[in-house]
Design a binder for this molecule. Structure first.
Ligand SMILES: Nc1nc2c(c(=O)[nH]1)N[C@H]1C(S)=C(S)[C@@H](COP(=O)(O)OP(=O)(O)OC[C@H]3O[C@@H](n4cnc5c(=O)[nH]c(N)nc54)[C@H](O)[C@@H]3O)O[C@H]1N2
Ligand SMILES: Nc1nc2c(c(=O)[nH]1)N[C@H]1C(S)=C(S)[C@@H](COP(=O)(O)OP(=O)(O)OC[C@H]3O[C@@H](n4cnc5c(=O)[nH]c(N)nc54)[C@H](O)[C@@H]3O)O[C@H]1N2
Ligand code: SF4
Ligand SMILES: [Mo]
Length: 733
C-alpha cells in the first residue's frame, strides 16, 4: 500500500507509543525522512484519530540524541565510546557469566520497561533473556503499574492475562476511577480515540461519572465528577457493594463462587463509614449503587490512579465484583473480555500468587516477577543472592520506580550492567554497555499484548517502513544478547541448526515446538513471511481464535492484504471458556483478597496526612522518554506541582515550594489550580533530566516525582508500588 508521488511515499503503521494503537499514515521523502504523519482514516478501529505524540513520530524517530551504535563505558573515567556489536557482545559474554559463575544466577537481575508491551521484540524475544539469565530477580514496570489488576484477575478468573475491559462503545453508564484518558488515551482498555468514544457515550444518552482527586479534562467532559481522597477508592467501592446487598439490588448473571463471603466482607463498609474516609457523601455512594444497578447496561473501570495506591488489588477486585453484582459482566455494555487474534499463552493451571518471595523483604512473587519497589533493596543488601548485575530492556527505573534516587545509588554500585535502549538516560548511564535497537520505522509492529484488552476485536500488522540499513533490529539484539548472557559464541547457537544466525535459530526452535504442540509439525512449509519472525506471527495468527488452522480465516497474508487493520467484530461473551479457576466459576471472594480486607479495615481510622501527593499524565508526554522531542515540550507539558490556591495561601507559598516526603525532597514550580482537592498536590512523573545528555530534555529538566515516592510502601497482595496518596509536607522555597 505504498503510494508514490514526486519521490514521496505514503506508508501505514501502527503507532507504538501508547495503548491506543492508532493507525498512522506517514509520508516519507526519497531519503526516508518523515514529512508528515496523519491518522489513518481507513483504520476500522482508530478511524483517523491521532494525538500530538503520534504526530511527532518522525521527530522522535530521527532524534539526533538517539544512539545508533553500541556504547561502552569506561568505569575508571566514566566516559563513553562507541563500539562495534561484536565488541559490545564480547564484553557481555566475558563479564556476566563470570559473575554468575562466582555468585550464582540470582546475582543477575532483569528489568523490563513499559515499551516492551508495545514491541514485537518485547512479546516474542524477551522470554529468551529470562531463560538465559535463569534468575528469580525479574522486575518490570508492571509492578509500578497494573499488577493489581493482573493479580485480582488471576485470582478471580484463574488467569492474570484475562482482564475485563469496559464495553465502551455499547455501555449506558460508565463509572471511571483514577483514569484520565483525555490525556493518556487510556490503559488496560485499548480504545483509540477514547475521548471520542466518551463523547459518543454521552451522545447516545449514556452517563459518565469520573472519580478523581483532580477535576481533569475527562472529569470536565463527564456528567458528574466526584473528588475522592487519594488511596481511598476501595472504601468507596465497598460502600457501593454494601449498598447493592443492603438494598437487594444484586442481579448476578454469571456462575460465581463466594457470593456470601463478599456480602460478609462488605458488611462493615456502610455508606456512612466509607464517606468519612473517601470524602464522597453517603447519599452519593447510595445513589451510585442504585444508578449502576438501574442502568440498562453499566461498567466500572478503574486505572492507574487506583492501581498505584495502597489498596490497589482490593480496588481492582471490587471493580469486577460490582460489574458481576449488577449483572454487567461478560455481557454487551458491561465489562467484557476481548479476543486477541494471536495465540496467547495457554495456561493449564489456575494462577497462583506468591510462589516465592523476595530475599530481603519477603514480598510476594506475582506472574514470575518481584516488585520493582524492592529492586534497590536487593541490590544494596549484602548476602547470598544479592544482585550484582542488571540487564534493563526499554526501561528507565531511576525515574519510574519509587524511591528513584535510592535506585540511582544502587545502580551506581552494580558490578555490571547492560541496557537495551535508544537513549543514554538517567538509568542507562549506569550501564557498562548500551545496545541500541534499530529505529522505530525500521521495526515491524503487532500488538500482542494490547489487543487482548481492546474494546473491539481487531488486528493490524505493520512491516518495517524503512530497511534496517545495517542497524540491528531489537529481535536480533535480544537473540544475540541472550547468547552472550549465557556465555555462548554466536556461531555455537545450536549445533542442530548450523550456519543460521542466532535469531533464526531461536525462531526455528519456537516454530518447531509450537507446531508440534498443535499437532501441525508437518505444516512448517505453509507458514508465510519474509523472515522467521513473520513466520512466528503467521503461526500465532493461524492458531489463534480467528485463525485459519482453528476454523477461521486469519493468517499473516490477510493482515498484509489489509494494512489498515481488520475489524474482528464487537466483544463477545466468553464465559465460562476463558476461566482457568479450579471451580470453573468466577471466584468472587479469593482468600488472599479477603485477607487483605483486614488491612483495609485497620486503616479506616488512621489519621489522614495533612497533604498527600498524587501523579498525573500529560497529553504531550510519555512517561520519561518524550522530553527530547522539541514540538512536545513546553506549554502545558511542564513539570509543575498542581496545588489548590487555598493551600498556597494557608502555607504562605510563593512561585515554588520545597516538597518533602519520607523518601526525599524536591523544589518545584507551583501551578495553583482550583481543579485539585485541597490537601492534595499533583506532580507528573518521568521528569528530572538535569544531568541528561539529551539536549532538549536537559533544558526542560523538571524534577522526578519518584524522589518523593517511597519504596517501603506497597500494595500488599501484588507488591505494586504506591505513587498516589504519598504523605508530603510543603514549605516556601
Ligand atoms: N510517580 C509515578 N511513577 C510512575 C508512574 C506514575 O504514574 N507515577 N507510572 C508508572 C507506569 S504506569 C509505568 S508504565 C512506568 C514506566 O516505567 P519504565 O518503563 O521504566 O519507564 P519509561 O519512561 O517508560 O522508559 C522507557 C524506556 O524505554 C526506552 N525505549 C523506548 N522505545 C524503546 C524500544 O523500542 N526499545 C527499547 N529497547 N527501548 C525503548 C526509552 O528510551 C526509555 O529509556 O512508570 C511508572 N512510574
Ligand atoms: N500522554 C500520555 N499518555 C500516556 C502516558 C503518558 O505518560 N502520557 N503513559 C501511558 C501509561 S504507561 C499508562 S499506565 C497510562 C495510564 O493512563 P491513566 O490511568 O488514564 O493515567 P493518568 O492520566 O495518570 O490518570 C490517572 C488519574 O488518577 C488520578 N488519581 C491519583 N490518585 C488517585 C486516587 O487515589 N484515586 C482516584 N480515583 N484517582 C486518583 C490522577 O489525578 C489522574 O487524573 O497512560 C499511558 N498513556
Ligand atoms: S493516542 Fe497513543 S497510539 Fe494514538 S497517536 Fe497518540 S500516542 Fe499514538
Ligand atoms: Mo504504565
Amino acid at each position: 500500500m505504498t503510494q508514490v508521488t514526486d519521490g514521496h511515499r505514503t506508508l501505514l503503521r501502527t503507532c507504538p507509543l501508547c495503548e491506543a494503537v492508532c493507525g498512522l499514515e506517514l509520508t516519507l521523502d526519497a531519503d526516508d525522512h518523515v514529512v508528515s504523519v496523519r491518522g489513518d482514516q481507513a483504520d476500522p478501529f482508530s478511524k483517523g484519530f491521532i494525538c500530538p505524540k503520534g504526530a511527532t513520530l518522525g521527530h522522535l524517530d530521527e532524534d539526533p540524541d538517539q544512539l545508533t551504535e553500541p556504547m561502552i563505558r569506561d568505569r575508571a573515567t566514566d566516559t563513553w565510546r562507541t563500539a562495534s556489536w561484536d565488541e559490545a557482545f564480547g564484553v557481555i559474554r566475558e563479564r556476566l557469566p563470570q559473575l554468575t559463575a562466582a555468585h550464582g544466577n540470582q546475582a543477575a537481575a532483569l528489568y523490563l520497561g513499559n515499551p516492551n508491551a508495545h514491541t514485537v521484540a518485547g512479546a516474542l524475544y524477551v522470554p529468551l533473556l529470562i531463560r538465559a539469565l535463569g534468575t528469580r530477580n525479574l522486575f518490570s514496570a508492571s509492578t509500578a503499574d497494573q499488577m493489581p489488576k493482573q493479580v485480582s484477575s488471576g485470582l478471580m478468573f484463574g488467569d492474570p492475562l484475562t482482564v475485563a475491559v469496559p464495553d465502551l462503545d455499547r455501555t449506558d453508564y460508565l463509572l471511571m476511577l483514577g483514569a484520565n484518558p483525555l490525556e493518556s488515551n487510556g490503559s488496560l482498555c485499548t480504545a483509540p480515540d477514547f475521548p471520542g468514544r466518551l463523547r459518543a457515550l454521552k451522545k447516545r444518552g449514556g452517563r459518565l461519572v469520573v472519580v478523581d482527586p483532580r477535576r481533569t479534562r475527562t472529569a470536565k467532559l463527564a456528567d458528574e465528577h466526584l473528588f475522592v481522597r487519594p488511596g481511598s477508592d476501595a472504601y468507596l467501592l465497598f460502600g457501593i457493594v454494601h449498598t447493592l446487598f443492603a438494598e437487594q439490588l444484586t442481579e448476578v448473571r454469571v456462575e460465581v463462587a463466594g457470593l456470601d463471603e463478599v456480602r460478609a466482607a462488605a458488611a462493615p463498609f456502610t455508606p456512612e463509614v466509607v464517606a468519612g474516609r473517601t470524602g464522597v457523601p453517603a447519599a452519593t455512594v447510595v445513589r451510585l449503587a442504585r444508578e449502576l444497578a438501574a442502568a440498562p447496561t453499566a461498567a466500572v473501570y478503574a486505572r492507574i490512579g487506583t492501581c498505584t495506591a495502597e489498596f490497589g488489588t482490593l480496588t481492582q477486585w471490587l471493580v469486577d465484583v460490582i460489574n458481576v453484582l449488577t449483572g454487567n459482566f461478560d455481557t454487551p455494555g458491561g465489562a467484557m473480555f476481548a479476543t486477541g487474534a494471536a495465540l496467547g499463552i495457554v495456561r493449564s493451571r489456575p494462577f497462583r500468587l506468591g510462589r516465592w518471595a523476595s530475599r530481603v523483604r519477603g514480598l510476594p512473587e506475582a506472574m514470575g516477577e518481584l516488585p520493582v519497589a524492592t529492586l534497590a533493596d536487593e541490590i544494596l543488601t549484602p548476602g547470598e543472592g544479592q544482585i550484582r548485575a542488571l540487564v534493563t530492556v526499554a526501561g528507565n527505573p531511576v525515574l519510574s520506580a519509587p524511591s528513584g534516587s535510592r535506585l540511582d545509588t544502587a545502580c551506581a554500585g552494580l558490578e555490571f550492567m547492560v541496557s537495551v535502549d535508544r537513549y543514554l538516560n538517567e538509568t542507562t548511564r549506569h550501564a557498562d554497555v548500551i545496545l541500541p535497537p534499530a529505529r522505530i520505522l525500521q521495526s515491524s509492529h503487532y500488538d500482542f499484548a494490547l489487543l487482548n484488552f481492546a474494546v473491539h476485536n481487531y488486528a493490524r500488522y505493520s512491516r518495517p517502513l524503512v530497511a534496517a540499513g545495517g542497524r540491528m533490529t531489537e529481535p536480533e539484539v535480544l537473540a544475540r544478547l541472550a547468547l552472550a548472557l549465557s556465555g555462548q559464541e554466536p556461531r555455537s547457537a545450536s549445533p542442530r541448526l548450523p550456519g543460521l544466525d542466532p535469531l533464526t535459530v531461536v525462531d526455528e526452535i519456537v516454530l518447531a515446538g509450537t507446531l508440534h504442540k498443535a499437532g501441525m509439525a508437518d505444516r512448517r512449509h505453509e507458514l508465510l513471511g519474509r523472515d522467521t519472525t513473520e513466520q512466528r506471527i503467521d503461526l500465532m495468527l493461524r492458531l489463534g481464535p480467528f485463525g485459519e488452522w482453528n476454523g477461521g480465516t486469519l493468517n499473516l497474508q490477510v493482515l498484509l492484504d489489509n494494512p489498515h487493520g481488520i475489524d474482528l467484530g464487537p466483544l463477545q461473551p466468553r464465559l465460562p471458556g476463558v476461566l482457568r479457576t479450579a471451580s470453573k466459576k468466577v471466584e468472587l471472594a479469593p482468600q488472599p483478597l479477603l485477607d487483605d480486607v483486614t488491612r483495609l479495615q485497620a486503616r479506616l481510622d488512621a489519621d489522614a496526612p495533612e497533604m498527600v501527593l498524587v501523579g498525573r499524565r500529560q497529553l504531550r508526554s510519555n512517561n520519561s522518554w518524550l522530553h527530547n522531542v522539541p514540538p512536545l515540550v513546553g506549554g502545558s507539558n511542564r513539570c509543575t506541582l498542581h496545588i489548590h490556591p487555598d493551600d498556597v495561601a494557608r502555607l504562605g507559598l510563593g512561585g515554588h515550594a520545597v516538597v518533602k516526603s519520607a523518601a526525599g525532597t524536591v523544589t518545584v514550580d507551583l501551578e495553583p489550580t482550583a481543579d485539585i482537592m485541597p490537601g492534595v498536590v499533583s506532580l507528573p512523573h518521568g521528569w528530572g533530566h538535569g544531568d541528561s545528555e539529551q539536549q532538549v530534555a536537559r533544558v526542560h529538566a523538571g524534577v522526578s516525582a519518584n524522589v518523593l515516592t517511597d519504596d517501603s510502601l506497597v500494595d500488599a497482595p501484588s507488591g505494586n508500588a504506591v505513587f498516589n496518596g504519598v504523605p508530603v509536607t510543603l514549605s516556601p522555597a
